[in-house]
Design a protein around this ligand. Structure first.
Ligand SMILES: NC(=O)c1ccc[n+]([C@@H]2O[C@H](COP(=O)([O-])OP(=O)(O)OC[C@H]3O[C@@H](n4cnc5c(N)ncnc54)[C@H](OP(=O)(O)O)[C@@H]3O)[C@@H](O)[C@H]2O)c1
Length: 302
């Protein structure tokens, strides 16, 4: 039987429920739902992505975050298809609609180019449709952003994409898009968020406007695993620093996208149901903010 996963309420999206599993889903403004933990496949070769996606799905993940720029949409999609067809791996009998695949537009330019780039991604992944398609960044200026968003809307209307969203959008970019009165609002904004870069102005704006925050680099790209506060709290909760950071993200109502090429780490990063971070400890972690940027930082671009 296919599993649709537990759907949390919007209230829980803000406060965080006590229990999470890899099948936990959050409701979106579009009316559809999204798994709350995704495997990120950035900086993986095609071969690594194919292997990591299979390990992740076999251990219970139901979502994969790829992009045109990662150059592994084909191998990620192929691994999903092979997993679904392999009864020895797909022991729950999951179907295509139970697995959530994300890709992103490499660059904003004009409507025609964006529209054909989206079609190309759908073809490349071989999954029939893409669950979530994002503008990867706000770069390119207002005209390119709005034209590219129109292309995402039309891809949703044409059934190539289920849900549209944005990534690396600052508050001003979201306000610009909302002010343009689009046919569809972005259901998610994928931004860098972890205890060392909390970006509360963007996350607060998103949560007030019904836009779910996807937290990229949720492990702070492994740059702060030895931070004394992280080590202390990991010891307290008998978890790894990575599990602590994934759990922090979930309890804030975000969607963390931890990346790993290691089978053991992929499995461990998704096992976050055996502890709950207390409110004071969440506040301690919130206080670690140092605006640590692990990759690019387009949120202020014009
Ligand atoms: N929209 C955007 O602009 C954007 C930008 C960046 C990332 N993303 C998305 O977000 C995902 C995650 O971000 P990210 O890959 O930059 O960083 P991340 O998930 O925060 O960290 C990944 C790093 O942590 C290591 N790691 C994973 N699990 C670990 C564990 N349990 N213990 C110790 N180290 C561990 C990984 O090494 P190993 O692989 O060797 O385990 C890798 O070096 C990406 O894959 C991508 O899907 C989106």
């Amino acid at each position: 039987m296919a599993s649709s996963g537990a759907i949390n309420s919007i209230e829980h999206a803000v406060m965080g429920p006590t229990k999470y599993s890899l099948a936990t889903r959050l409701p979106l403004s579009s009316g559809l739902s999204i798994p709350q933990i995704h495997l990120g496949v950035y900086l993986m070769s095609g071969r690594e992505a194919g292997q990591a996606v299979k390990w992740a799905l076999a251990s219970g993940y139901q979502a994969v975050d790829s992009a045109q720029m990662y150059r592994n949409e084909a191998e990620s999609g192929k691994a999903i298809r092979e997993f679904l067809e392999d009864k020895s791996l797909n022991t729950q009998g999951l179907r295509r609609e139970d697995i959530f695949f994300t890709s992103k537009l490499a660059s904003n330019s004009d409507y025609t180019r964006a529209r054909s780039a989206i079609k190309k991604s759908v073809e490349t992944c071989g999954l029939g449709y893409i669950d979530l398609f994002l503008l990867h960044s706000p770069y390119g200026g207002k005209t390119a952003r709005l034209a590219s968003w129109k292309a995402v809307e039309d891809a949703v209307k044409d059934g190539e994409v289920r849900i549209g969203g944005v990534s690396n959008f600052g508050v001003k970019h979201l306000e610009e898009l909302i002010a343009s009165k689009p046919d569809m609002l972005p259901a998610v904004n994928q931004i860098e968020v972890h205890p060392f870069n909390t970006r509360t102005s963007i996350t607060d704006f998103c949560q007030k406007n019904g836009i779910v925050v996807e937290a990229y680099a949720p492990l702070a790209r492994a740059m702060r695993m030895q931070h004394p506060a992280i080590v202390k709290l990991s010891n307290k909760y008998q978890c790894t620093p990575a599990q602590l950071m994934v759990r922090w993200s979930l309890q804030h109502g975000f969607i963390p996208l931890p990346k790993s090429v290691s089978k053991e780490r992929i499995e461990a990063n998704g096992k976050i149901d055996f502890f709950e971070i207390t409110k004071p400890d969440m506040e301690t972690m919130d206080g670690l903010d140092e605006y640590l940027v692990t990759d690019w930082d387009p949120v202020d671009t014009d």
